[in-house]
Design a protein around this ligand. Structure first.
Ligand code: CMC
Length: 434
């Protein structure tokens, strides 16, 4: 992958009597960055950027997004074209290996994933230790972390063959781990993977089949789920991906790094928003469907309430994923003649918010999580599983970034600095004198 950047004329930073030249770098899509890697050595200063709003933490050749224009591309391919032409496994290959696979490469990849779908039998026993109402994201993170105890032959981040085995194990087993967490919550027997099925079919089978009845996978649901997983597959340096990179930078193994990413994704400001959106829509419905009341609440800072599924750190025009998902949602509900009152509320909420000065001024648009929940509901997926599906989708992106970090020249442990604001040195006070 090309991680080289063009260097332009330097910028000059003046501070007191001092002047420093800072290189300006340009990426392949003409994004400009101030290279401050020598800043502290030259000036003794660090930068302060809470929430990393202005910080480019790395060079990366995986995903490009332009928040002003609503553009998202994986390895140069527009998200719209990938959704129209690929399934999730092909997109996973693209992200992880940096190029679209030939038919032969895709066959080999699919075959090796199929070979790894089973969990070690002893791993199943973990599930009996979790409480029945455990959140599936907690189970997912725990079981993925525990994979490092079962698959000790694929833990070395410096051994490409081990890394590749670990990658395939993760991609293959995550749907099994996820589906088992659902089966646990409803008290049904776990369904083993059926390797004649493809990736998404297999997941739906493990989620919804029971041993006492036949189960036919619904092709409309397979199509919709493939699309959702593709839309979630990568999003450059978001919170969970940065977490995976951060943990991986200490040379922690891939299972441990991905488990950390799952935990980061769980929060309602990140992947957990899809669950929070449906909870919010349910709350609005139970409260008589008064959408305007909730928009007013979201504008009133004293309420501590936000419209979930609205706003994005990077997208300030529209989120292209939300557009794709809304269209898929319209199609699926119409085809299956499903009337979901929450979809009506979501549409009304979108229209009220988009015409409200507060949201217009702050450029707050529906994001990827706003309509995904309505599709998941149509498939019968329980709300607690929504973020788990986000994790399944994001897995190839996390892996791609972890691998990119390990193979790039500038690879160092991630270790930000701070501006200390605590007490200056003071004498220790013995306990009896405090
Ligand atoms: N409802 C009401 N006000 C909002 C919202 C919202 N959903 N989002 C942002 N704002 C306001 C915020 O109060 C602030 O107002 P002011 O300038 O008056 O202080 C302004 O908009 C900027 O917000 P911010 O919190 O500084 O923006 P951020 O970039 O730090 O946060 C965000 C981005 C996605 C965390 C935020 O928009 C949010 O909390 N959205 C709701 C949660 C959500 O849907 N998250 C999913 C994100 S997309 C999936 C993913 O990749 O994780």
């Amino acid at each position: 992958m090309n991680l080289h950047v063009k260097t332009l004329d330097p910028a000059t930073l003046s501070f007191g009597q001092k002047q420093v030249q800072l290189p300006v770098v340009e990426g392949t899509e003409n994004e400009l960055g101030l290279d401050i890697s020598r800043l502290r050595a030259a000036t003794g200063m660090v930068t302060l950027d809470e929430g990393y709003v202005n910080t480019g933490s790395t060079r990366s050749a995986i995903t490009f997004l332009d928040g002003e224009e609503g553009v998202l591309r994986y390895c140069g391919y527009p998200i719209e074209e990938l959704c129209a032409n690929c399934d999730f496994v092909e997109v996973s290959y693209l992200l992880i290996y940096g190029h679209l696979p030939t038919q032969q490469q895709l066959n080999e990849f699919q075959h090796s994933i199929r070979k790894h779908t089973l969990l070690h039998e002893d791993m199943r026993s973990f599930y009996s230790g979790f409480p029945r109402d455990a959140h599936p994201m907690a189970i997912l993170a725990s079981v993925v972390s525990a994979m490092s105890t079962f698959y000790q032959d694929s833990l070395d981040p410096t051994e490409p063959e081990q890394v590749d085995l670990c990658v395939r194990r993760l991609i293959a087993k995550l749907p099994t781990i996820a589906a088992y967490s659902h089966k646990k919550s409803v008290g049904q027997p776990f369904m083993y993977p059926l390797n004649e099925l493809d990736y998404v079919e297999n997941f739906l089978q493990m989620m919804f089949a029971v041993p006492s009845e036949g189960y036919e996978v619904d092709p409309d649901f397979v199509r919709a789920l493939n699309l959702l997983l593709i839309c979630h597959a990568d999003h450059e340096q978001n919170c969970s991906t940065s977490t995976v990179r951060m943990v991986g930078s200490s040379n922690a193994n891939l299972f441990a790094s991905i488990a950390a990413g799952i935990c980061a994704l769980w929060g309602p400001l990140h992947g957990g928003a899809n669950e929070a959106v449906v909870e919010m829509l349910n709350q609005i419905a139970a409260d008589g469907g008064n959408v305007k009341k909730y928009v007013a609440m979201a504008k009133d800072k004293s309420q501590g309430f936000r419209l979930m599924g609205f706003g994005h750190r990077v997208y300030k025009n529209f989120d292209p994923r939300a557009k794709i998902i809304k269209t898929a949602c319209d199609k699926l509900l119409a085809k299956r003649s499903i009337h979901d009152p929450l979809f009506d509320i979501a549409q009304e909420l979108e229209s009220v918010a988009l015409n409200d000065e507060y949201f217009v001024e702050r450029k707050l648009y529906p994001n990827v999580d706003f309509y995904s929940g309505v599709i998941y509901r149509a498939m019968g997926i329980p709300v607690q599983m929504f973020t788990v599906l986000f994790a399944m989708g994001r897995l190839p992106g996390w892996i791609a970034h972890w691998k990119e970090m390990h193979t790039s020249d500038g690879n160092r442990i991630c270790r930000p600095r701070q501006i200390y604001t605590g007490p200056t040195q003071r004498p220790f006070v013995p306990i009896n004198a405090r």
